[in-house]
Each structure stands twice: as structure tokens, then as C-alpha cells.
Design a protein around this ligand. Sequence first.
Ligand SMILES: Nc1ncnc2c1ncn2[C@@H]1O[C@H](COP(=O)(O)OP(=O)(O)OP(=O)(O)O)[C@@H](O)[C@H]1O
Ligand SMILES: [Mg+2]
Length: 318
Amino acid sequence: MSGLLALEVRGLRKSYGDALALESLDLELGAGHILGFLGPNGAGKTTVVRILSTILRPDAGWFAVAGVPNSRPQDIRRRIGVLPESAGYPRGQTGEEWLTYHAQLFGRPRSSARGTARRLLGEVGLAERGRSLISGYSRGMRQRLGIARSLVNDPEVVFLDEPTLGLDPVGQVQMLRLISSIAHEHGATVVLSTHLLGEVENLCDAVLILSRGRVVAQGTVTEVVHRAAAPREALVQVSTHLVERTLRAFSSGAIAAEALANGAQGEVRLIMPAGMSSDVAATSVMACLLNADVPVLSFRLEGGRLSDAFLAVTEASS
Ligand SMILES: Nc1ncnc2c1ncn2[C@@H]1O[C@H](COP(=O)(O)OP(=O)(O)OP(=O)(O)O)[C@@H](O)[C@H]1O
Ligand SMILES: [Mg+2]
């Protein structure tokens, strides 16, 4: 589907009774990307996942998944995979039986369906437990089985609603690796709803932050962080004999400086005032050092993190 958008969403809106859950969502996502879909509890993430996977009807708006418009929900369902927020698993079946059944639902003959089930069990690290009853699986194993189920039809777009929920730190890392392989090896587009902001920074090429049913940030991780989270610190390195002069250079301005006792030789930490953009911060620091006649050996702006941006945009909207 090169050239096609994996997701195109216009003016999506949804209320439950009188309660507005999603005010208006517009989104475009190119094929093969991993979208980090973020927001505090109750922001509307699951609502959006349910609408886009055609389980729930929107009150208004239009969308297309893998190039298929929402007027053809059956065709959308054939092209997507979903790990729902609260997935139920039949306790009396083995993982392999359950996956085989789901592959058959997508029209595969039994033997090929079983082959698909076994391959996916291997991919999600359940090869050895595939013939055990699901009732004996741990939570992490069930999540991985759910991911395998979402892949039985070789989907173009995969929606994962909090796949790392309840997993221990090692389980979380394994799950994120698995998600990365869905995009990079299966070539699928992934919409990943999660609260793990640090991991989103590494894994996702696009981010959308919802808060109370509204989009409060959208773009690449860098764009979102750049717009919402101003840098708070910078590290500058100068010759050791110029540390004192560097500190004096910042003694009267808005930027505070302190020599780093435990840092590398000649390192000075600069604290930026709240709200100063990275461009202004970098220019001010350089101008100040130039005026003081201090040659700069290295300069690094410690950018805000996605978690800073998340707090900034979600607090501002609540
Ligand atoms: N079936 C429902 N009936 C009534 N209200 C609902 C229903 N499902 C969701 N809501 C409300 O819609 C809003 C959005 O909920 P949603 O589950 O989409 O949020 P979420 O971002 O997935 O939250 P979480 O991070 O807790 O999973 C919330 O205010 C929620 O109470
Ligand atoms: Mg949810």
C-alpha cells in the first residue's frame, strides 16, 4: 500500500449518552509507522480504537483504514488486527487451538491455519506453551497470545490497546520488541495505546496525545517534545581555568550557572528559566559566552522528555 495512508480520520466524534468522550479527531498516518496513542485515563483512547476497528459507531466523522472507508466495515475488519483493552480468552482451549480457530475464521483451511498458529506462537515466544491450556497461562502469556491472535490474518494495520498492561519490566521490554517486529518484519502499521512514555520515545515515529476527548498534541516525538516541553538544562564545557569566568558571565542574567563538582573537568550546568524555547536558550548561552570571551569546548541542551511534554499538554487542558 505504498503511497496510501494506513489511517485517515476526519472529524470523528463520539458521546456516551450525554457524556462527550471524543470531541473531534483528525489523523493521518502513513503505512508502516508506529503511532504512540497516549492520554490520561478516560481520555478516549479505547473509544477511538473501538471506532476505528469498527466495533463502535461514531456519532459523526469519516475514516479509512488501509484505504478502506468506514462505509465498508467488513473489508476493514479483514485488513486489521486488534488487541482489545479487555480481551477474553477461552480457558478450556490451548493457545494453538484458539489461534487455529481464529485463522480459520479468516478463511484459511485447517492445516494452513494450524501452520499459521504455530508460526505465530513461535514469534511471540509461546512455542513451548502452545499446547497447554490457556487457563494455565500467566497474564503476560495471555497478552502475547492476544498479539498473536491480532496477526492471524496478516493485517495491514494493527491496533494494540495497552498491550503492556500488567506486565513486569522484562515483560514490557519483550512486548515492545514484539511490537517493533510487527512493524518492521510484518510491515504492518501499528497504533499503540500505552502509558509507557519512555518506551514510546524510542519505538514510535508518531505520537498523538488525547486529553478529555481532544487532541492536545500530534506529530513526531521530536516535534511534540519541542513544542510542549522547553529545555530545562544545558551542559557547557570550557577550559578548566575559565570555569570561574563562565560562572561570572551568567551571574546577572535569567540563566543560572553552577560548576559541576562531579562532572567532567570544566563542565558547567546551566539552568534555563521556565518557558524559554530551545532556540532562545541556545542563542542566549552562546551570546553570553562569546561576550565573556570564553571558548566553548562542548555544549549540549538537555531537551525535555516526552513525559514532560505529556504532563504539560494534559495539565493545560484539564
Ligand atoms: N461504554 C461506555 N459507557 C459510558 N461511558 C463510557 C463508555 N466507555 C467509555 N466511556 C467514557 O468515555 C470516556 C473515554 O473512555 P475511554 O475508555 O475511551 O478512555 P481511555 O483513554 O481508553 O482510558 P484508559 O487509559 O483508562 O483506558 C471516559 O470518560 C469513559 O468514562
Ligand atoms: Mg482505554
